[in-house]
Design a binder for this molecule. Structure first.
Ligand code: ZN
Length: 165
């Protein structure tokens, strides 16, 4: 979808840029409005050309990205909390897994019992379920259009298969 010409190094209403949300579509200015819209995920952004930044307006969180001349930089992630959130996310996945693994290690099941595998299976399941919760939270936070992404992937595969025949 992205144009082959390089994006402008300065944020303005006359050029198109890749979308900072889906990273698949292209955002360009809406006619007669001082706003950008993505042609893939349909998110709408308001622009602050003085600060070279855009803010998403159709999301619960007012995420802002600044244009560095080559790529978008999430302003919120540059600011405080970044390490706090990362530690919290790591703890959310690792701590419950460690608690369940400690139980499986300290109180081992008799090796010849029929469900001896279950305690370590439960450790893996704890890790996976907490990881899925975390990934879902990240996708929600960034408003990533997962269904549109898979739709585009499927269309891409189908067009490749039909060109083979
Ligand atoms: Zn988009």
């Amino acid at each position: 979808m992205l144009d082959s010409r390089p994006p402008s190094t300065v944020l303005n209403y006359y050029n198109a840029y890749y979308c900072p949300v889906c990273r698949h579509g292209e955002i360009s200015a809406l006619p007669l409005m001082e706003a950008f819209s993505c042609n893939f995920c349909s998110h709408i952004f308001t622009a602050n050309l003085d600060k070279q930044a855009i803010t998403i307006v159709d999301s619960q969180l007012p995420l802002t990205w600044s244009w560095t001349g080559k790529r978008w930089q999430n302003i919120r992630s540059v600011q405080r909390f970044q390490w706090g959130y990362r530690l919290l996310a790591l703890g959310f996945v690792v701590l419950p897994t460690l608690v369940v693994a400690a139980g499986a290690y300290l109180f081992p099941v008799l090796p010849d019992s029929p469900l001896a595998w279950f305690s370590w299976f439960w450790v893996g399941l704890t890790f996976l379920s907490h990881l899925v919760c975390l990934l879902w939270l990240i996708l929600e936070y960034y408003q990533f259009p997962l269904s549109l992404y898979f739709e585009a992937l499927r269309d891409n595969l189908l067009s490749r298969l039909s060109s083979l025949n």
